[in-house]
Design a protein around this ligand. Structure first.
Ligand code: BDP
Length: 730
């Protein structure tokens, strides 16, 4: 349905302050190309249409609506216009069939209709209710952004096929800072980005505000994401120059109605680089004054600026160690500058030293544990889900549960740097669920990472999750259709870290493909098996970081000559003629001792360590007897074969749903699944050929030898693989 933009109607007048580009010029029902993400609002028919129409007779908007309230109205307008083909009227009263948007400020009697005390600042209640004797849909919250979230929740329920007249949902987020971290450079390249360029068109900002920014904000708000850091954590000082602050301010203006605050990744040495201060020592009064003034300048342009995220003393980034200070000194200096404005510092714990020979697994904990309790109240320490990096599987980071006095931000990576870029299908919901449900035992059994993250284990009110975004200029936003599911699932986990990966997958499939139950089941099943498939064909049994250098595309278990030991895959697998694996038990690096005694005990002994983490914690002989009765070598080959079989299975299952998914998205996905199958075989063969070259063992009976000689796999180079961004990183 398209409305004539020349005839301004009541909606257009109402929504004018939002300054959306053609907010009422709806374009519904065009070919599916992935752009609409899970907010597709396809036209309804039959009963579904009449049921919705009966519940969408009018929209009642509070008087003097904020731009956030207008964003809620705009979304209803867009969604109902597309799904019904007609736009409901704007109503003043709660007439029969109205959708009533309400906060205590707009409806003094609201408390008798909605459990406001349960909703907190961002929660909502969406319910079929009777107001003044009329049956209405009440979307209630304590704040306007809560109403916006409620609108998205109601629309989701409609898209999931629920009866719009029976929706009854009361929900509040369990995490306060629900953040996306863009690793976007100022030249628009994206570090570890596989979906095109950065969507921030820095060059044209602040003048040109791409309408895509609004769609980006809508998508985030639909999940509850409320914080966005704009630039790469391996940051450039120029982000803090006035011209970039102005560009960021323009983005902040677009995002504000959607409840999203912007953050910057701040470079620790910026005072030296931008203003030639002789030092960036965090205890130097001139340096502190520089940051104070910089914070004032930023808040002048962006009054609701979120704060800084900082990668310091890690992978070449400057930091307080350069001046003999510790991470708390650095973080607190910035925190003091931001505190008068209500800003936060998210200080990353992803640090490992270029000089320290200690097991990389142990270094962050060793650095940060003694600092517990030393950070100012507006500092959170941001910790990756695993101890080393974003590997296909890692044990949870030992800092979870070990920092009782420090609020932690749990950091995930949505972009699939280590799980096949945007060409492999890997639903990460299952990986994140595994981490979130892992038991730290910090405060007795049941002290899961989710409960550390939601603040309940240590009683923190400041809670946060962050993830490296997978978003770029590609039409699908994420580089492939299925990669959208990872943005989606991550966002939903930030709202509720106790959610189930399968439920989120199902919701995403129904919203995204809107197909019959059998097809939905088939696609959900594909998603649920996909991450384990990648683990199996890349690095099973706790192996990690077998990637080729720099770009991390494809296998490179043989790489051993890079300057820093921990940049080499051989550092992680330690394979030789006798055995394989990293001994992190007491006889090795003793990284296990960084976990609570219950966890350490289980992971200290290969017989009680789960197979999935075996070689992460133990160096074992190739003939080690596995729980299955197979030798370690046989088991490893079986996993590699299982991974390839699963990739074949994914391709076949997708072929089977042909005709049940629109042709374009089906075809594009089918092509990628063929790539995945081919690369799964490559991974399997290259790794087996390499390990076999060390152990000299024959292929287990019934298995197939690698197709090519090891030298052929070793000779492959990918100088132009995507995602390296600037500057070059290892
Ligand atoms: C590593 C990436 C690197 C990032 C780093 C980080 O390879 O590009 O800069 O993480 O998180 O996994 O800072």
């Amino acid at each position: 349905m398209t409305q004539d933009p020349k005839t301004p109607n009541a909606f257009e007048k109402l929504l004018a302050p939002l300054a959306l580009v053609h907010p009422v010029n709806l374009e519904c029902g065009r070919e599916e190309d992935g752009y609409d993400l899970w907010l597709r609002y396809r036209p309804l028919a039959g009963d579904a249409k009449s049921r919705l129409a009966a519940r969408a007779a009018s929209i009642v908007v509070p008087a003097d609506p904020s731009t956030t309230m207008l964003a809620a109205v705009a979304e209803l307008h867009r969604a109902l216009g597309c799904m019904l083909g007609t736009v409901p009227a704007l109503g003043k009263h709660a007439d029969e069939g109205a959708i009533v948007l309400a906060t205590p400020a707009s409806m003094p009697t609201l408390a008798s209709h909605a459990p406001l005390e349960k909703l907190g600042a961002d929660g909502f209640a969406v319910r079929a209710d009777t107001v003044d004797g009329q049956r209405v849909t009440l979307i209630a919250a304590n704040s306007d952004v809560g109403v916006l979230y409620g609108v998205f929740a109601w629309l989701r329920a409609v898209m999931l096929g629920r009866d719009p007249g029976r929706v009854d949902e009361v929900s509040a987020p369990k995490v306060r800072f629900r953040m996306l971290n863009h690793w976007d450079n100022l030249d628009r390249s994206v570090e570890r980005g596989y979906a095109g360029e950065s969507i921030w068109d820095w060059w044209k900002l602040p003048d040109v505000k791409d309408p895509r920014y609004v769609d980006y904000a809508r998508a985030n708000a639909s999940l509850g994401i409320n914080a966005v850091s704009l630039n790469n954590v391996s940051s450039k000082p120029e982000m803090l120059l006035p011209q970039f602050i102005a560009k960021a301010a323009a983005l902040a203006d677009v995002f504000r109605p959607y409840g999203i605050k912007v953050y910057f990744a701040a470079r620790f040495s910026a005072p030296v680089e931008l203003d030639r201060l002789p030092t960036a020592d965090p205890l130097d009064p001139k340096v502190c004054a520089w940051w104070n003034a910089k914070a004032d300048e930023i808040y002048e342009a962006i009054p609701d600026f979120g704060g800084f995220i900082v990668k310091a003393n890690s992978e070449g980034q400057p930091g307080p160690h350069d001046y003999g200070r510790d991470h708390a000194d650095g973080a607190n200096m910035m925190a003091r500058a931001l505190a008068p404005h209500g800003g936060m510092v998210m200080w990353r714990a992803f640090v490992y030293s270029p000089a320290d020979p200690e097991d990389r697994h142990k270094q962050a904990y060793t650095d940060f544990k003694p600092l517990d309790g030393k950070f100012l109240p507006n500092v959170m320490v941001q910790v990756k889900n695993g101890a080393i990096d974003f590997q296909p599987r890692e044990p949870f980071h030992p800092m979870f549960g070990a920092m009782p006095k420090t609020p932690l931000v749990l950091e995930f990576q949505v972009t699939k740097e280590y799980l096949g870029f945007a060409t492999h299908l890997a639903y990460l919901g299952t990986m994140w669920e595994e981490v979130l449900r892992a038991d730290t035992h910090a405060n007795g059994p049941g002290s899961t990472v989710a409960k550390v993250t939601d603040g309940t284990v240590h009683g923190h009110a400041l809670t946060g999750m962050a993830a490296v975004a997978n978003i770029g200029t590609h039409r699908t936003w994420c580089g492939s259709h299925f990669d959208q599911a990872n943005w989606y699932a991550y966002g939903r986990f930030t709202w509720d870290p106790h959610a189930a990966a399968r439920d989120l997958a199902r919701d995403w499939v129904v919203q995204t493909f809107a197909t019959d139950a059998a097809t939905t089941d088939a696609i959900v099943a594909m998603m649920m098996m996909s991450r384990e498939a990648v683990v199996d064909y890349m690095m099973p049994l706790g192996l990690h970081h077998l990637f080729d250098t720099g770009h991390h595309h494809g296998p490179g278990p043989w790489v051993s000559e890079l300057a820093r030991p921990e940049w080499n895959p051989t550092y992680y697998h330690r394979a030789d003629k006798e055995g394989i694996g990293f001994d992190r038990s007491a006889s090795g690096s003793d990284a296990v001792a960084q976990y609570a005694p219950e966890v350490a005990k289980a992971w200290s002994d290969p017989r009680t360590t789960p197979d999935e983490l075996l070689l992460w914690f133990h160096h074992l002989p190739w003939d080690f007897r596995m729980k299955s009765g197979k030798t370690l070598w046989e088991e490893m080959v079986a996993h590699y074969d299982g991974g390839v079989a699963a990739a074949v299975e994914l391709r076949k299952r997708w072929e089977a749903v042909k005709g049940h998914v629109d042709a374009r998205r089906h075809g594009e996905t089918a092509t990628l699944l063929r790539v995945q199958e081919r690369e799964a075989i490559w991974w399997r063969d290259a790794c087996i050929a390499y390990f076999q070259s060390l152990n000299g063992l024959p292929m287990p009976p019934g298995t197939t030898a690698p197709a090519l000689m090891l030298a052929e796999y070793k000779s492959r180079t990918f100088p132009y693989a995507p995602g390296r961004g600037l500057p070059p990183v290892a």
